[in-house]
Write a protein that binds this ligand. Structure first.
Ligand code: HEC
Ligand code: HEC
Ligand code: HEC
Length: 140
């Protein structure tokens, strides 16, 4: 595995696929290993400050490709060392606050965790709340 070369943990979880046949990741792996945060942070500034929207270095993209389910179909959370980003960060004692706001799992994992039942129930619940709200307004 690549991680052992950089003195990282032995079990860095594998990504879903390659971004590119030559570089594998969005930039050459050797560079990503050492400078990935510069790309993400630059991308954040471009998006948030300058309003430029591209996908290449998006955090959603990293998560989408790098956070894959285990054999039981379960996606790791950032609090676990089996999470791609956490695997190295726990090893190197790096602490980041990004996942307080950003999703640490791909959208498909979150949808799976919420479950089809709740998705079906939610609009009904909203409708009920709307009706209750209207009733409250009209009975005044
Ligand atoms: C307090 C909440 C919060 C924290 C903490 C936070 N972000 Fe964000 N971030 C946001 C919001 C809100 C946006 C704007 C979302 C948009 O415009 O798509 C954003 C946008 C971004 C973007 C551009 C959109 C994308 O998906 O690529 C990147 C990259 C990003 N943040 C990276 C980070 C990183 C890395 C960290 C940790 C060092 C971090 N953020 C911490 C709230 C947060
Ligand atoms: C389309 C898939 C894809 C996307 C998107 C992607 N990567 Fe990668 N990444 C890879 C592949 C493939 C490798 C090669 C290493 C491997 O096979 O484990 C890699 C390697 C890495 C490594 C080195 C891991 C090691 O084993 O030492 C880091 C760090 C990394 N990526 C971070 C990121 C970050 C941060 C983002 C978002 C800015 C990102 N990647 C986006 C596919 C992707
Ligand atoms: C190959 C190991 C490795 C992987 C995988 C990895 N990181 Fe890192 N990351 C590090 C190391 C080591 C540092 C500290 C580097 C430094 O300070 O010079 C770091 C630092 C960071 C920082 C900057 C922290 C600060 O000082 O503000 C951010 C943001 C970050 N990583 C995000 C991510 C995200 C998001 C992922 C998953 C998509 C990820 N990293 C995956 C090793 C890794």
């Amino acid at each position: 595995m690549f991680g052992t070369v950089a003195g990282g943990p032995e079990n860095i979880p594998p990504p879903k696929g390659n971004y590119d046949e030559d570089t594998l990741c969005v930039e050459p792996v050797e560079i990503m290993r050492r400078q990935h945060f510069e790309y993400i942070l630059d991308h954040r500034d471009l998006t948030v400050i300058e309003g430029i929207r591209t996908k290449k270095h998006s955090l959603i993209g990293c998560i989408d490709c790098h956070i894959t389910p285990n054999d039981e179909g379960v996606y790791a959370r950032y609090s676990q060392e089996t999470h791609f980003c956490a695997s190295c960060h726990q090893f190197a004692a790096v602490s980041i606050d990004c996942f307080q706001c950003h999703a640490d799992r791909p959208e498909e994992a979150i949808r799976k965790a919420i479950g089809p039942d709740q998705r079906a129930r939610r609009p009904a619940q909203e409708l009920l709340e709307t009706l209750q709200f209207s009733t409250a307004v009209f009975t005044k």
